[in-house]
Write a protein that binds this ligand. Structure first.
Ligand SMILES: [Zn+2]
Length: 104
């Protein structure tokens, strides 16, 4: 697993996490979660159950920028955390995520 984290330092991750926290307090994020929809599975979710998710995880070089941050339900968030990237892709495929342009 080390090869995944070798190019991202703990310090960089810390910085990105701080940025994410700032974004979480922004009106941009509040507007996002006010749609009450999980970005991945499209399920309707109460605002307080939507979590902030990095499409490209910080550990793999993703940044805390608006284009990389989406609201996700707890189920998707947990799955994403524990699945290998390839398993996650398969999960998204099972949701027809790649076919539904509306959600992208
Ligand atoms: Zn979901």
């Amino acid at each position: 697993m080390e090869r995944f984290i070798s190019h991202v330092t703990q310090k960089e991750i810390k910085t990105e996490k701080q940025k994410a926290r700032l974004l979480k307090n922004s009106s941009w994020w509040r507007k996002k979660i006010s749609k009450r929809r999980c970005y991945y599975c499209g399920k309707e979710v109460p605002e307080n159950e939507l979590t902030m998710d990095h499409v490209i995880p910080l550990i793999r070089g993703g940044k805390s920028v608006k284009s990389n941050i989406v609201p996700a339900c707890k189920e998707c968030n947990t799955k994403k955390k524990y699945m290998l990237p390839i398993e996650w892709d398969q999960y998204l495929q099972s949701l027809n995520f790649f076919d539904s342009e509306a959600i992208l």
